[in-house]
Write a protein that binds this ligand. Structure first.
Ligand code: ZN
Length: 160
């Protein structure tokens, strides 16, 4: 999938569900995130967030899995805009607990914005996809499938 197409997917998620981020500079980089599906850092040199996408994993991924990935990464930016925690290791050292809290927080925001079922598709895809030996979901320490299912079962959680 071309960067332009990924950008279209990301921008439609922003204009539908992450309106706070509409004027925030976010750049997309393909062939990054080698140890993950996607990741995001704040890059001070260009004063922008950079979402890196693992081409090997995202190219064969279902659209909803890609949407789930973007919702999770955009949630880090939302958290930074809300409480000022810059994504990316250059700004703070992450302990395992810190990292777990960040993952869970990003998942919860993604669910609150309506992307719980997309997250489930992403997790399922990463657990079963060919070529994800290195990431094989071990990198992921956010909410578990039953926890996400429980949260999206809540009546007031939106569905997009
Ligand atoms: Zn994450």
């Amino acid at each position: 999938m071309a960067v332009r197409d990924l950008e279209k997917i990301m921008n439609s998620i922003i204009s539908k569900s992450f309106l706070e981020l509409e004027s925030v500079p976010i750049e997309l980089k393909q062939n990054g995130a080698r140890a993950a599906f996607m990741n995001v850092i704040y890059e001070p040199n260009i004063n922008a967030y950079v979402i890196s996408v693992n081409k090997r994993l995202t190219d064969p991924a279902p659209l909803n899995a890609i949407k789930g990935g973007f919702a999770h990464e955009l949630s880090y930016i939302l958290v930074d805009k809300t409480i000022g925690k810059k994504p990316g290791s250059t700004f703070y050292k992450r302990t395992k607990v810190d990292s777990y809290c960040d993952e869970v927080t990003a998942d919860v925001y993604a669910i609150l914005r309506g992307y719980g079922s997309h997250l489930l598709e992403m997790i399922n895809y990463l657990k079963t996809s060919e070529g994800s030996e290195n990431t094989k979901y071990t990198w992921y320490s956010g909410l578990t499938t039953p926890q996400i299912e429980k949260l999206i079962g809540e009546k007031r959680i939106p569905k997009v």
